[in-house]
Design a protein around this ligand. Sequence first.
Ligand code: AMO
Length: 420
Amino acid sequence: MKLTRSSAIVPETDVTVAGWVHELRDLGGISFLLLRDRDGIMQITMPKKKVPPELVEHVRSLSRESVVRVAGLVKEELKAPQGFEIIPYEVELLNAAESPLPLDVTGKVRADLDTRLDARFMDVRLPATRAIFLIRATVLHEVRAFLSAHDFIEIQTPKMVATATEGGTQLFPISYFDREAFLNQSPQLYKQIMMAAGLERVFEVGPIFRAEEHDTRKHLNEVTSIDIEASFLDDNEVMELLEELIQHVYIAVAERCSAPLQSLGVTLSIPHIPFKRIAYAEAIEIADIPWGDDLDTAAERAVGQEMGEHYFIVDWPVELKPFYVQPRNNLCYAFDLMHPRMELASGARRIHDYALLVEQLASKSLAPENFGFYLDAFRFGMPPHAGWGLGAERLLVTMLGLANIRESVLFPRDRRRITP
Ligand code: AMO
């Protein structure tokens, strides 16, 4: 079926288009079918004098959201959506939609998020929902383009694993033949192993699984994580790369996604770099929490309000960060990238010394024998390295000002939701 998409239509041509019946309007002497494809709405105009009555009747009988194909002549019509109308000579019903519909697709009555997520196939037909996923695709495309241009190699690491990396409480167990295994929390161990493998700079865009019980607007149980690891770079150098990436993505989305941004009513302001850096000690003072406490939501909000834009928190106490982070006395070379609303990324300069790594595992009450495959990579020439992990959904949610992280995922996984 050779079809023209609505955004590519030129007046005074014959076209065949296809889409969903958005609305039907009958004004007596003239009827309109508003047909929607991925790019927008097209007006199919049927003046009684020009279109045979059987065809008008056929169109009037169509149920909303049915899928149809229309062949006709395009006329310029500045009052119509996208500046043209089509006078049809053929309208074929490809598949009829049942009624009532599970959701109103005209956007006049906005359903609550749960109803929308239950009928996601219908919800994504709404321009304002679709816009999020067009932007999401652009964000991930630009992330890949930026990292590739900075010499990073894209890798894929296993999602079924034997060990925790980010603290043992947040794992989903799976049954793996006769053994226990887990869904991975992070590609952490594998991306570090690739430093010993000599790939020098790697990135992965892939799922991570966190069995957190939280039911919040910023937590998911399945996340798309953007991870990098780089040899011969330190924490400061990967922080610079991270802020440049964030700025690059904002600029690219502002340039390339003007229509989706408009359907969301969003004007992007491009973040200025370098982002401010504050020490953990300053952050807890602003948030008024004791030394050794992690920043909870209230603390993040207090510091975020004070900072007002993206910022890094550095100089963390070693006990608040995972075993693989390079310590510095009682502090460590870890950082968090924060947006005023929430944490976006965390990363660190890593330990590359085998003996120190074994010591740090033990100090976190982790058994080095469970990490044999990982530790081996540190025994035969592991370069110094650093990296970070950035949550794709949190990047989108903060960029677009979405109220709930679930809006940024097609099929979110949370405490209550495993279908659709
Ligand atoms: P961390 O555990 O901080 O670090 O995760 C990195 C980033 O992933 C996102 N994220 C989440 N987003 C939504 N819901 C969740 N439940 C969730 N959990 C994590 C956040 C977070 O900042 N291995 C390290 C990274 C590294 O050091 O390279 C790690 O996983 O945006």
